[in-house]
Design a protein around this ligand. Structure first.
Ligand SMILES: Cc1cc2nc3c(=O)[nH]c(=O)nc-3n(C[C@H](O)[C@H](O)[C@H](O)COP(=O)(O)O)c2cc1C
Length: 385
C-alpha cells in the first residue's frame, strides 16, 4: 500500500506539449530576491536550482509583474521588458538542468499593486481589497493594454526557455478581481455573469495561444470559492474552470479564499479571509475544492495548501481529487521534500511549522526568510546542525 501511494506521487504527467517527471509542484512564492531593478539575481537562481535538485517535478516561479504598474512589491522578477530575458534564461535553464519543468507565473497586481506617490491601485471596479485603498476602474481600452502586456510577458518567458506560464487569477490580483463578484461590480461585458467575469482571463489565454503557439502551456491559478458576500461560490468556481478550459487553459491550479487571515499582517487587509493555511488549520483545507473543480474539467488540476504530509498528498492523487500536488512554504523549509519521500527518507523531512515568518516578510516587501532554514540559497542550515 505504501509503495502504491508513493507511486502516485512519482508518476510522470504530460500536460500540453511537456512531461513533468512527477506530480509534485513547487507553488509560486514571491521571494523579493530579485535586484532593485527587478532582475533575476544569482542567489535567486541558486534558490530555485536547489529546489529543482530536491526532486519536485515542476516549479512555478513566483509572480512576475507584466508591467511596471502591475508590481506588488519591489524586487519582484520582472517580465515587463526585454532586458529581463537574460536573467530569466539563466533561471529557466538552472531549473531544467536539475530535471524540473519551469513555469513562470505572470501577474498584474490590480487592486494590490505598489502605490508610490502618484500611482493609484487599479482594478475592474472601485472596490477596495486593502484598508482605505479604493482602486480606479480600468476602461475596456486599458484592458486591451493589459492583454497586450500579458502576451509580451509570455513571449519573453518563452524566449527565455520557460516551458510554459501560469496566469495568476487568484488572491485578488487583477484577473482574480475580475472573476470575483466581490470585486467585480461592472455592468458592461466584463461584469455580471460568470462568463462576463471570466472574459478578461479568457482573452488573455486566447491572445497568448494565438500569438505564441496553441501548444505553449498555460496554467491558470484561480479560487475555487470565496467566503465573502458576495463571493465566488463553488458552483461558479467550477463554471470558471470549465470556461477557462474551453479558452485553452492547460491546467487549473486550485487555491481558494476561505481561511482566517494572518493577524500579524496589520492595516493592509480589508478582506478577513485568505488563501494561506495557518498553524492551526488542518492539512489539505482546499483538497475537496480541487476535487470539485476536477469534476468540472478534463485538464489536470493542481491542489495546494498544507500538503506537506506525503501520505495525505498521495492519497489525494489516488482518490482522484487532483492530478498534481503543490507545496509552497514546506519547500522553503526543506527543499528536498520530494527526494526524501521518494527514497524512503520521509522521517528526515524538516517540516514547516507554518509560523508565517516567510509570508510576513514577503508582505512587508522584505526578502523572504524561513524561521527554520537559515540558508535558502543552497544546502539548508538548520538551528542545531
Ligand atoms: C512567501 C509567500 C509568497 C507567495 N507568493 C505567491 C505568488 O507569487 N503567487 C501565488 O499564486 N501564490 C503565492 N503564495 C501562496 C502559495 O503559492 C500557496 O498557495 C500558499 O502558501 C499555500 O500553500 P502552502 O500551505 O504549501 O504554503 C505565496 C505564499 C508565501 C508563503
Amino acid at each position: 500500500m505504501g509503495n502504491d501511494l508513493k507511486a502516485a506521487l512519482f508518476n510522470p504527467l504530460q500536460f500540453a506539449s511537456i512531461t513533468a517527471r512527477n506530480r509534485v509542484v513547487m507553488a509560486p512564492m514571491v521571494t523579493n530576491f530579485a535586484s532593485s531593478f527587478d532582475e533575476v539575481t544569482d542567489h535567486q537562481v541558486a534558490y530555485y536550482a536547489e529546489r529543482a535538485r530536491g526532486g519536485v517535478g515542476t516549479i512555478v516561479v513566483e509572480a512576475s509583474p507584466i508591467s511596471t504598474r502591475g508590481r506588488i512589491s519591489s524586487h519582484q522578477i520582472g517580465s515587463y521588458d526585454d532586458r529581463f530575458i537574460p536573467g530569466l534564461t539563466r533561471l529557466a535553464g538552472a531549473i531544467q538542468d536539475a530535471g524540473a519543468v519551469a513555469l513562470l507565473q505572470l501577474c498584474h497586481g490590480g487592486p494590490k499593486i505598489l502605490t508610490p506617490a502618484g500611482i493609484r491601485t487599479e482594478s475592474v471596479s472601485p472596490v477596495a481589497v486593502r484598508e482605505g485603498d479604493v482602486p480606479r476602474a480600468l476602461s475596456v481600452a486599458e484592458f486591451r493594454d493589459v492583454r497586450r502586456q500579458f502576451v509580451l510577458a509570455a513571449q519573453r518567458a518563452q524566449k527565455a526557455g520557460f516551458d510554459g506560464i501560469e496566469l495568476h487569477a487568484a488572491h485578488f490580483y487583477l484577473l482574480s478581481a475580475s472573476l470575483s463578484p466581490y470585486t467585480n461590480r461592472r455592468t458592461d461585458e466584463y461584469g455580471g455573469s460568470v462568463v462576463n467575469r471570466t472574459r478578461l482571463s479568457c482573452e488573455v489565454i486566447e491572445d497568448i495561444k494565438s500569438t505564441l503557439s496553441p501548444d505553449y502551456p498555460v496554467w491558470v491559478r484561480i479560487h475555487a470559492c470565496e467566503a465573502l458576500d458576495p463571493g465566488l461560490s463553488l458552483v461558479e468556481g467550477r463554471q470558471v474552470a470549465s470556461i477557462l478550459e474551453a479558452a485553452g487553459a492547460d491546467a487549473i491550479h486550485v487555491s481558494a479564499y476561505t481561511l482566517p487571515i494572518n493577524k500579524k499582517i496589520k492595516g493592509t487587509v480589508n478582506i478577513r479571509v485568505g488563501a494561506m493555511p495557518l498553524k492551526d488549520t488542518p492539512p489539505g483545507p482546499f483538497l475537496d475544492y480541487a476535487a470539485a473543480i476536477k469534476q468540472a474539467v478534463n485538464i489536470p488540476v493542481i491542489a495546494v495548501a498544507k500538503l506537506d504530509d506525503w501520505i495525505i498528498a498521495s492519497r489525494a492523487l489516488v482518490d482522484g481529487k487532483c492530478d498534481m500536488v503543490a507545496l509552497a512554504r514546506q519547500l522553503l523549509c526543506d527543499p528536498y521534500w520530494a527526494r526524501k519521500v521518494q527514497s524512503g527518507l520521509s522521517n528526515d523531512i524538516v517540516h514547516c511549522k507554518y509560523c508565517m515568518t516567510c509570508h510576513t516578510a514577503q508582505q512587508r516587501g522584505e526578502a523572504v526568510r524561513c524561521a527554520q532554514n537559515y540558508n535558502l540559497f543552497g544546502k539548508p542550515i538548520y538551528k542545531d546542525t
